[in-house]
Design a protein around this ligand. Structure first.
Ligand code: ATP
Ligand code: MG
Length: 257
């Protein structure tokens, strides 16, 4: 059985076809990169599947259940979580408190911020474990605002991971960081995701990163899926090269400028 299936999924903004008749199936354990030029609809698709945006029509089937009209919280409980293109942290709280809040929210324990003063032992242990898995143990007590950009991106992923998803959408987890930090962030994410058997969909512009880490690449253009396949198949797809890089030919993906 597919983990996720979207059926003729659509979401328009006026005349803009942000998500246009998308039929996407995702199997358990895949590590998928979702790519496409700016405005292709990647974030919108992620928003519709995770419930931040309603769909205009079509269906979203997760683990065999129709979640098309389910609330975000119900989708999180079912096992869908996502991180954000622009990180979504509590800037005034420490790295630890950010993760602890995510653990709390998953358990449905959080009623108000005062609950943080009464963290139970299990939450503390789990939040520290999550920070450790993402290499952020040394930053435990630092205020989120003071973290480096790469650390903020990782912390945002850690918050989504702390919801214990089966399917994790990561919206540009390496945007705005140096090439060297990108590798470290992706190695960390890949190791956690694979180690825990989580199915991941990563939205990413850097094709070096995409080719290195994905089992499958899905290419979006103008709201629709233009192509999908293995890294090799996509690397040799001239139409994809033209759409992504504005040039055709086999050297398009290795061009550096
Ligand atoms: N809230 C909104 N209101 C109106 N139009 C929107 C809204 N969100 C997205 N769009 C439009 O929908 C289209 C798809 O946008 P989306 O953000 O999903 O693209 P993307 O592939 O994530 O792009 P990027 O790589 O720049 O993040 C774009 O034309 C965008 O302007
Ligand atoms: Mg986007």
């Amino acid at each position: 059985m597919n983990l996720l299936e979207t059926v003729n999924l659509k979401r328009y903004f006026g005349d803009t076809r942000a998500v246009d008749d998308v039929n996407l199936t995702i199997a358990d354990g895949e590590f998928i990169s979702l790519v496409g030029p700016n405005g292709a609809g990647k974030t919108s698709l992620c928003n519709v599947v995770s419930g931040l945006l309603t769909s205009d029509s079509g269906k979203i089937i997760f683990k065999g259940h129709d979640v098309t009209h389910a609330a975000v919280t119900a989708r999180v409980r079912a096992g869908i979580a996502r991180s954000f293109q622009l990180v979504n942290l509590f800037d005034d709280l420490s790295a630890f408190d950010n993760v602890a809040l995510a653990v709390f929210s998953r358990e449905g324990k959080i009623r108000n911020m005062a609950a943080l003063a009464h963290l139970d032992h299990d939450v503390i242990v789990e939040a520290d474990n999550v920070l450790g898995q993402f290499g952020l143990a040394g930053k435990r007590n630092e205020t989120a605002r003071d973290l480096a950009q790469g650390e903020r991106k990782l912390l945002d992923v850690a918050l989504a991971y702390a919801l214990r998803p089966k399917l994790l959408f990561l919206d540009e987890p390496t945007s705005g960081v140096s090439t060297r930090d990108k590798g470290q962030i992706m190695d960390t994410i890949a190791s956690v995701v694979r180690g825990e058997g989580i199915t991941a969909v990563i939205i990413e512009h850097d094709m070096d990163v995409v080719f290195k880490y994905s089992n499958r690449i899905v290419v979006m253009h103008q709201g629709a899926i233009l192509a999908q396949g293995t890294p090799d198949a996509i690397r040799n797809n001239d139409q994809v090269a033209m759409i992504l890089l504005g040039s055709s030919g086999p050297d398009a993906f290795t061009r550096k400028d």
